[in-house]
Ligand binder design. Sequence first.
Ligand SMILES: *[C@@H]1O[C@H](CO)[C@@H](O)[C@H](O)[C@H]1NC(C)=O
Ligand SMILES: *[C@@H]1O[C@H](CO)[C@@H](O)[C@H](O)[C@H]1NC(C)=O
Ligand SMILES: *[C@@H]1O[C@H](CO)[C@@H](O)[C@H](O)[C@H]1NC(C)=O
Ligand SMILES: *[C@@H]1O[C@H](CO)[C@@H](O)[C@H](O)[C@H]1NC(C)=O
Ligand SMILES: *[C@@H]1O[C@H](CO)[C@@H](O)[C@H](O)[C@H]1NC(C)=O
Ligand SMILES: *[C@@H]1O[C@H](CO)[C@@H](O)[C@H](O)[C@H]1NC(C)=O
Ligand SMILES: *[C@@H]1O[C@H](CO)[C@@H](O)[C@H](O)[C@H]1NC(C)=O
Ligand SMILES: *[C@@H]1O[C@H](CO)[C@@H](O)[C@H](O)[C@H]1NC(C)=O
Ligand SMILES: *[C@@H]1O[C@H](CO)[C@@H](O)[C@H](O)[C@H]1NC(C)=O
Ligand SMILES: *[C@@H]1O[C@H](CO)[C@@H](O)[C@H](O)[C@H]1NC(C)=O
Length: 426
Amino acid sequence: MMFARILLSFFAPLAYAAIAGAWSTFVVPHTEDADDALALMTAISGYASDASIVFEANTTYNVWSPITFPPLTNVEVVISGNLSYPTSIKTVQGHVAAANYPGAWFSFTGGSNVTLRGNTDPDWGWVDGHGQQWWDIMQQTNRPSGWLFKDVTNGIIRDMKIYKPIAWNFATTGSNNVHIFNNIILAGSDNASFPFNTDGFSAAGTNLFFENNHVVNGDDCLTVSNGAKNITWRDSYCEGSHGLSVGSLGRGGQVASVENILFETTIMNRTLYAARFKSWSGGNGAAINVTWKDITFIDVMFPIYITQNYWDQTDGPRPSSSSVNETHIENFLFDHFVGVINDTPGYVEGSCITDPCWYNVSGATGKEGVIFDLYPDTATNIVVKNLVARTLSGAPVAVMCNSSTISSDTGFVCSDGPYVPTQAGL
Ligand SMILES: *[C@@H]1O[C@H](CO)[C@@H](O)[C@H](O)[C@H]1NC(C)=O
Ligand SMILES: *[C@@H]1O[C@H](CO)[C@@H](O)[C@H](O)[C@H]1NC(C)=O
Ligand SMILES: *[C@@H]1O[C@H](CO)[C@@H](O)[C@H](O)[C@H]1NC(C)=O
Ligand SMILES: *[C@@H]1O[C@H](CO)[C@@H](O)[C@H](O)[C@H]1NC(C)=O
Ligand SMILES: *[C@@H]1O[C@H](CO)[C@@H](O)[C@H](O)[C@H]1NC(C)=O
Ligand SMILES: *[C@@H]1O[C@H](CO)[C@@H](O)[C@H](O)[C@H]1NC(C)=O
Ligand SMILES: *[C@@H]1O[C@H](CO)[C@@H](O)[C@H](O)[C@H]1NC(C)=O
Ligand SMILES: *[C@@H]1O[C@H](CO)[C@@H](O)[C@H](O)[C@H]1NC(C)=O
Ligand SMILES: *[C@@H]1O[C@H](CO)[C@@H](O)[C@H](O)[C@H]1NC(C)=O
Ligand SMILES: *[C@@H]1O[C@H](CO)[C@@H](O)[C@H](O)[C@H]1NC(C)=O
């Protein structure tokens, strides 16, 4: 099992003043062959402030039903033992389908100064979703999300280790000022069964700082969604994923707002995309000031990709858009991307299960380092700078770009053709 921590940095976590006062600790009890979530749910209201809730080491807990934390103040949840989801698919589906399902298998629902902490022991502290059996039969009905960290102010998610999750992992919806670091997500499949929708992290909050995370999965490594502001992601590793993404935005006319996003110093290994923006036809609002910088990509199909015309081809042919409104994009910078484009003839990524693939770009040659699929007059100041790319086959690197959709210098000659840097791209 590989969980090398790359590029460790010693960044001081958010500092809190120490307080005096009663601190209580709840060690979650474990009973063989029983659901350990129940005892925790019964006790939890007594530990909603100034407390530690500990899943202790050397114990494999049965988390056979969802756990919902009430709003917490000054609480840390420590995962030192292993946590196991039900091995029965039907049991999980039953909970997800229930009217009172909280939205994730583990839900934090607000409060302040909340820490979720795993450990760095290679043998303990894993959360095992038994996802492989779901992937093997492509079971996609009533799948749970993993960890919802919602509406928390001042939080930490660190040292968490996730093994074969069923689907989506960490969400930060509505949270503010959270440091998310040293987490490991291993959602690699043992065989060709694809780990669909195993998104790593989603950022839909403000002032979120992600670093030193290691993600092997089958969907976005990080996805930045509507409402996100001041998000930094850096010093991380993504393998097999669908990229460092903004979006999708603007579905069903949504008024999107995304601002001040920085993705930096990340290795994208055998991913479908490296940097990606996706919005749906007919959206409103804007994504402003987004930078992807110092990205290393290894055998990636689409290193830099923007579409304002997102459409899952699995849903049938793309409808023609007569929309006058689009999600605007302003001040995007792709700076210093170095790597190799996977243009192996006939190669299809594992999530491609239809013909054409959901990610098919009509007219693409597979050799594109950059694809800009833009609507006219909706994108300004989108620049690709210091792109150092080659293809696996050795063929010249290409681009796709329609010069009647953008008037500012994109950093390369905007056409469907070879990659030729311009003044702004050097
Ligand atoms: C866990 O087990 C190991 C090996 O038996 C032991 O050294 C360690 O003290 C135990 N830890 C706890 C917290 O019980
Ligand atoms: C925040 O919570 C931690 C435990 O996770 C505690 O040690 C610290 O005192 C709390 N900070 C404040 C300001 O209460
Ligand atoms: C804890 O879970 C991980 C992932 O399932 C597993 O590899 C490890 O062996 C487990 N530890 C123990 C002591 O069973
Ligand atoms: C993966 O392995 C499982 C269990 O052996 C099997 O049921 C499934 O068909 C395999 N999937 C593929 C695509 O090989
Ligand atoms: C952005 O968020 C970080 C924490 O992630 C914080 O330290 C910084 O002050 C925030 N910047 C602004 C301008 O709010
Ligand atoms: C753009 O976003 C970055 C990263 O979040 C931030 O440091 C910078 O101040 C922002 N620039 C403007 C003009 O807001
Ligand atoms: C990329 O992934 C492959 C396959 O998992 C692995 O063998 C290789 O070591 C990885 N490369 C890097 C630089 O991590
Ligand atoms: C298009 O944008 C205009 C101006 O912001 C707004 O009034 C209108 O409702 C939008 N139309 C749709 C279909 O979203
Ligand atoms: C992509 O779609 C085009 C038609 O839109 C088709 O000719 C091509 O074969 C497709 N490529 C893949 C890899 O599905
Ligand atoms: C380029 O964009 C313009 C404006 O949207 C459109 O009319 C034209 O068909 C596009 N050209 C190509 C080759 O897609």
